[in-house]
Design a protein around this ligand. Structure first.
Ligand SMILES: C[S@@+](CC[C@H](N)C(=O)[O-])C[C@H]1O[C@@H](n2cnc3c(N)ncnc32)[C@H](O)[C@@H]1O
Length: 237
């Protein structure tokens, strides 16, 4: 469950005694982007620099928004991961949102230049070094289809139930997840938003609950409020 990849990169950078790192998502786009970061980070940085130069050479917000919309339409036809990456760096608050029809529909962030290419190049180089110096296996598959090894620690960060309609056009089956959580042969850690519906995942009553607080949440971004949001981490070990 790659999402924006922040958790994956945190683990890569900070937890050392891991032999193999498996990262998977059923959405091919973040997976392809991770593969591109691993194999050709300079190409991704170059594509973004050209995109950024083009959009920022336009005279005003209206023209920029027009260019953004044309690129967004192109992405919705092609599903090109590099184009998705570029759109995400200049879209509203870096938010990833889809319409009911499965089309990416986050608006352009007016009045901002988007992430500066210099910073993006630095970040991509740092992430590339992290991925390529460790044994990282990148897979486009559901968490349900993975052949977990003994002694695995599985971290799951499923879509927030309350945000599924707005952010994901795929369904997410919480009944299957609840069955998966009953597995006792692997260590499982799973994140949930503070207002998750307890009836969806009764198996979590068997887990230990850790409450984490932070500001950086899509709930805050959605409501444009700057309040502390609690995230829950459940573990079975
Ligand atoms: C909340 S995001 C994860 C955020 C991520 N932990 C981060 O640090 O940015 C949820 C992710 O779960 C993925 N997903 C949804 N259903 C899945 C499934 N059955 N198997 C694997 N990934 C799935 C979505 O594509 C999305 O990337």
């Amino acid at each position: 469950m790659v999402g924006g990849g922040s958790m994956f990169f945190y683990v890569l950078e900070n937890i050392q005694d891991i032999q193999d790192y498996y990262i998977s998502d059923r959405n091919p786009i973040p997976i392809k982007l991770l593969q591109n970061l691993k194999e050709s980070p300079n190409t991704l940085s170059k594509i973004y620099t050209e995109f950024w130069n083009t959009i920022n050479s336009l005279p005003d917000d209206e023209d920029k928004e027009g260019f953004y919309k044309r690129m967004k339409d192109e992405f919705n036809k092609t599903n090109d991961p590099d184009l998705f990456y570029c759109l995400n760096k200049v879209c509203y608050n870096g938010m990833i949102r889809y319409s009911k029809d499965g089309l990416f529909n986050t608006p352009f962030h007016k009045g901002r230049t988007g992430c500066l290419p210099k910073k993006v190049i630095q970040k991509n180089t740092q992430l590339h070094n992290l991925i390529s110096t460790k044994n990282v296996i990148i897979q486009n598959s559901s968490y349900l289809d993975i052949d977990y090894k003994e002694n695995s620690l599985v971290y799951l960060d499923p879509p927030y139930p309350s945000l599924i309609k707005e952010f994901y056009h795929w369904d997410f089956d919480f009944v299957l997840l609840n069955k998966f959580l009953k597995r006792t042969d692997i260590k499982i850690a799973i994140s949930m938003g503070q207002n998750y519906d307890e009836k969806l995942l009764p198996q979590l009553n068997q887990f230990k609950k850790i409450i984490l607080s932070g500001y950086n949440s899509s709930h805050r971004r959605l409501n444009n409020e700057n309040k502390v949001v609690n995230e829950l981490l459940f573990i079975n070990y």
